[in-house]
Design a protein around this ligand. Structure first.
Ligand SMILES: Cc1ncc(C[n+]2csc(CCOP(=O)(O)OP(=O)(O)O)c2C)c(N)n1
Ligand SMILES: [Mg+2]
Length: 604
């Protein structure tokens, strides 16, 4: 039997193993071990094969655990190498959101593991199944302050649904299956598997009888009780002014088609939250657009707020009813009745007591549409024309309000101009991705979902800066045939611009638009509003983002006037390579955030 500890030490950090020999390449010095590794008869191969069984074809990694990554290609799994773990985790997140498969990120123990906390936290809050495979120190070094040893079980406890260490080869597949089940079942979310490098190069155990693919979500679909669905249908059919609010759970459940059927057949107006953007076609006459914390003048839904506020029956679908999605819980009438479809029972009634439809959105919406089909829908039919003209008038009013700013030539450029040019060019199959801060609002307020189920990715789990670019990279890897457009602010982009080299290396033809207003915009304006001044963190020295792109081998151009935006966009969207457009924007421009009303003249 070979001494796996020596090998593990060598693989863990590249330092020479304490073998007494000068070389750190100890596998090569041990013929039996070398043969096992080279023949791929290792636990690492067994782990890769188990991941492949769950449909994993891509991991986001940086070499470690090395034995896993060296074995994985033999199981059909390709490593997409990131430069930094924060962004690697967000790439896995973007990949999962688009592919409906588990996103896998891998990383080293200690410092690398700590950097995975942030992306897993976002994935937990946004209900995205990401599995992190994290290296442990070798088993005989545990609890001895081994190099980069850290208590990973505790570290990940608050950001994952499931955290386990694989200690024995013969339990490996059991734990892998539990991790994938945790990630994809119920309310999806992150799972973490910890594994020591010395275990990975042991000889593989006997083959496991496990055959299931547990790597797509939702894993299990359960519908709400039929009698409750009938009650909900009756409430909606007889309401004076019903409203559907679609959250991110609609996308997670792949339920957009069922929602569209409900909207059309029961004549129901549908608004979405940020995460639910695209779950309905926004060119449909009964689609309001996004509602939440940006409904001031300049918002598509500004004039539609009365329609939301007078709703007497609100159907919430896959929503956390969080602060932004409800404009700090002020959007709905206190006398409204709620029906809430959600796979997570704890979300139902958290903020609005509701008729509880615990279940998968797809199945439950289909059942609800069928139940409504058995109801008398005369009231709904009668109300439809009035609703459609109210929505048309509201959206028309918005377009007139923002027409001038959206057409402004010259500089500094207004983001509304950029969005107007982009919206004209968006295809139904395009995926738009934004970073946190204003970028999320620019895309969700100004781009139009042109089909049922179009995707707009925003890091709204925690609204962290730096997610935009890696989410877009993951999305592009998941959907290579879709054009992916990524909008980021200059502050947020600084969190992740190191990945431009990765964009180049992985040959990801995405369009990156950096809105360079030279400030932490949202932060600045929020402080100005609250304190009449802002701190010295808010203003940047000039940065040449197009130059940074070019230095990393990515085509970069700077645009300084509104009339030059179209040409740059056309070039980027037609290119089969990545391109970064740096847009020099007006630092006073603000999206229509409701709490700004009264503090800045509208539209801002
Ligand atoms: C990781 C992280 N750090 C800090 C914040 C707080 N924050 C929210 S918006 C914002 C300003 C973002 O500036 P920028 O990315 O340039 O976008 P802009 O608002 O200027 O368009 C900050 C610092 C955050 N959301 N996430
Ligand atoms: Mg900025």
């Amino acid at each position: 039997m070979y001494t796996t500890a020596r090998v593990a030490s060598a693989l863990a950090d590249g330092s020479p193993a304490r073998t007494g020999k000068a070389s750190g390449n100890v596998i090569a010095e041990d013929p039996e071990m070398l043969e096992t590794v080279q023949r791929n008869e290792t636990v690492a191969m067994c782990l890769a094969t188990a991941f492949a069984r769950h449909g994993v074809t891509v991991t986001f990694g940086q070499s470690l655990p090395s034995a896993f990554h060296l074995a994985a290609p033999h199981a059909g799994i390709e490593q997409k190498a990131y430069r930094q773990e924060n962004t690697g985790g967000a790439m896995a997140d973007g990949y999962a959101r688009i592919s409906h498969k588990v996103g896998v990120v891998t990383g080293q123990n200690g410092p690398a593991a700590t950097l995975l906390v942030a992306p897993l936290a976002e994935a937990l809050k946004a209900s995205v199944p990401v599995t992190a495979l994290v290296q442990e120190v070798q088993r005989n070094g545990m609890d001895k302050n081994a190099f980069q040893e850290f208590d990973h079980l505790k570290l990940f406890d608050g950001v994952a649904k499931f955290v386990r260490r694989i200690d024995r080869a013969d339990r490996l597949e059991d734990l892998v299956d539990m991790a994938f089940t945790a990630a994809t079942s119920g309310r999806p979310g992150p799972a973490v598997l910890l594994v020591s490098p010395d275990l990975l190069i042991e000889r593989a155990p006997d083959p496991s009888p496990r055959r299931a693919n547990l790597g797509t979500f939702p894993l299990d679909r359960t519908a709400a009780a039929p009698s409750l669905v009938d009650d909900a249908a009756e409430l909606l059919a007889t309401a004076k002014c019903p409203l559907v609010v679609a959250g991110g759970g609609v996308h997670l459940s792949d339920a957009a088609t069922e929602l569209a059927t409900l909207q059309e057949s029961a004549h129901l107006p549908v608004a979405t939250t940020n995460m639910g953007k695209g779950s309905v076609d926004e060119t449909h006459p009964l689609s309001l657009g996004c509602i939440g914390n940006y409904m001031a003048v300049g918002s598509r839904t500004h004039k539609l707020r009365p329609l939301v506020e007078r709703a007497d029956v609100v159907l919430l679908v896959g929503s956390r009813t969080n602060q932004n999605g409800t404009d700090t819980w002020t959007l709905f009438s206190t006398s409204a009745r709620f029906i809430h479809i959600d796979v997570d029972p704890i979300e139902i009634g958290r903020n609005y007591e509701a008729l509880r439809l615990v279940g998968d959105a797809k199945l439950t919406l289909a059942a609800l549409a069928a139940a409504l089909g058995r109801c008398d829908l005369t009231a709904r039919q009668k109300a439809r024309a009035g609703l459609e003209s109210e929505i048309k008038e509201g959206v028309g009013d918005w377009r007139r309000t923002v027409a001038e700013v959206s057409a402004r030539d010259g500089g500094p450029i207004r983001p509304e101009r950029v969005m107007a040019e982009l919206d004209q060019r968006m295809r139904p199959t395009d995926i738009a991705v934004a970073d946190a801060s204003y970028s999320s609002i620019w895309i969700n307020n100004y781009l139009t979902a042109r089909r049922v189920g179009q995707r707009f990715l925003t890091p709204r789990g925690l609204a962290g800066l730096g997610w935009g670019l890696p989410l877009a990279m993951g999305a592009k890897i998941a959907a290579p045939d879709s054009r992916v457009i990524c909008l980021v602010g200059d502050g947020g982009f600084a969190h992740s611009w190191a990945e431009l080299e990765t964009v180049r290396r992985l040959r990801l033809p995405i369009t990156i638009i950096v809105l360079n207003n030279g400030i932490l915009g949202f932060q600045t304006h929020a402080e100005d509003m609250k304190f009449g001044q802002h701190t010295n963190a808010c203003d940047f020295e000039p940065v040449d983002h197009a130059g940074i792109a070019r230095c990393c081998g990515v085509h970069g151009v700077r645009v300084e006037t509104g009339d030059a935006v179209a040409t740059a966009l056309d070039e980027a969207l037609a290119s089969d390579e990545a391109m970064l457009i740096e847009v020099m924007t007006d630092p006073t421009a603000k999206p229509p955030i409701t709490v700004f009303a009264g503090h800045f003249s509208e539209p801002y």
